[in-house]
Design a protein around this ligand. Structure first.
Ligand code: IMP
Length: 191
């Protein structure tokens, strides 16, 4: 069965391929000939996920799903949240984003954070939204080489290593995106 993932990001497609059973073949926007960048103009993860999925549903008439994720830090009132990718500016620079967070945290001890992922699905005329969360804390150094974004500064609760140190095999079992995608797979299995 083919499922369209409303993203141009091939890294995300590859990450989800490791989570979704291989009987489902994941197609990206490039695979359906959609090259237009869909602007994420929402002010929440839910709104952005819906904007991307609705675009594909209404422009191409196809069932699909999309995701939007972010890091929410308690001491920063939930920032960077929906602005996680471009927290330090539109150049979407990971190092600059991390420096900005450290500066704003002003050395607060063990700041609590969650990674949250929202999945928005169009399936058989229905719209469904799922979310996955992983709780943890931020550290003031970068540890580990795997993953992307804020992975080197996030230690998930119950672990002693960052996502970047734990690596993709472990991360893909416990991450916010994995927890959201597992719900999508259960929905597909029931359909
Ligand atoms: P996206 O909506 O999944 O593209 O995520 C937006 C931004 O949130 C990314 O550019 C990262 O900065 C951050 N982010 C989301 N998920 C993760 C993750 O699993 N690890 C590290 N950073 C993440």
């Amino acid at each position: 069965m083919k499922i369209i993932f409303a993203t141009h990001n091939q890294n995300k497609v590859e990450e989800l391929k490791q989570i979704v059973p291989s009987k489902y073949s994941l197609l990206s926007l490039n695979d359906i000939g959609c090259i237009k960048e869909i602007k994420e103009t929402g002010s929440t993860l839910e709104e952005n996920a819906q904007i991307k999925a609705d675009y594909v549903r209404f422009k191409y008439g196809l069932d699909c799903f999309s995701d939007d994720s972010g890091l929410e830090i308690d001491a920063l009132g939930g920032a960077p949240g929906v602005y996680s990718a471009r927290y330090a500016g539109d150049q979407k620079n990971n190092d600059a984003n991390i420096e900005k967070i450290w500066k704003e945290l002003k050395g607060i001890k063990n700041p609590r954070a969650i990674f949250r992922s929202v999945i928005y699905v169009h399936l058989n005329q229905k719209k469904i939204c799922f979310q996955g969360k992983v709780e943890g804390n931020i550290i003031y150094e970068k540890l580990g080489l795997e993953g992307f974004g804020y992975d080197p500064i996030f230690i998930p609760k119950g672990y002693k290593k960052t996502f970047a140190e734990l690596g993709n095999t472990t991360k893909n079992k416990i991450s916010h995106r994995a927890l959201a995608i597992i719900q999508l797979v259960k929905l597909l299995e029931r359909t």
